[in-house]
Design a protein around this ligand. Sequence first.
Ligand code: NI
Length: 268
Amino acid sequence: MKKREIIYVIILVCIVIGSLFTVIQQPIRVQVEDKVERMVDGQELRKTEANRNEENKRADQSKKLVALTFDDGPSEYTKRILRTLKQYDSVATFFVVGNRVELFEDVLKEEVEIGCEIGNHTYEHKVLTELNAEQIWLQIYRTNEAVKKVTGEYPTLMRPPCGYDNRSTNCIIAMPLILWSVDTKDWQTQNCYCSVQTVLENVKDGDIILMHDMYEASAEAVETIVPSLIAEGYQLVTVSELAEYRGMMLQEGEEYSSFGVTIQNHLE
Ligand code: NI
């Protein structure tokens, strides 16, 4: 063979080998990509499934939703409330007073463990409209830090003591402010029957119910309120869940007192 022919043959062989490599590598690459894609799909699928399971457990959209909220605690009565919630696979939101947090660390941990939400109710239960900017900031900051220290999470919601707030306090707070639509006045009556009646006579879909985990009568009332609400077709969710299921994006410094269907329709 001539030198030139040998070179042609070598080039030809190289082309053939090169083509073979490309052909062989192609399916491998596809397989790898496919696997990666499937893995990503799998993860997304699992995530969606987990979310769906979570939602099924927590919030069946065909049912009415309601958020029980407890202020001023934690206290020695909170655990009794948690027992009831656990018994009925339900959750609530606890707006805690910061300086009580370290006295009841185990209560806070249990609240989080069973899926309850913890909100900020100032460090010393101070009426915000009577404080200056720095004092307001400290009340919020110290409570958020106290909760984070125990639960590992910062609260995302705030409830002003006695519901007193205004535009200037809300600017400083920089968290969504949660009021209520059903007031049991349990702190005033300290009567189990009154609290139960108030809730059952007034409750409607999307309501936020105000109670206090500071009184035995309140803890006792919860033992009737929770199963009664469930029997009436309600699902008990946290305030954040309620907002989320109603398609509300909570804004810092804005006030919310319920997440009823009216709000949803209004947004649509
Ligand atoms: Ni309060």
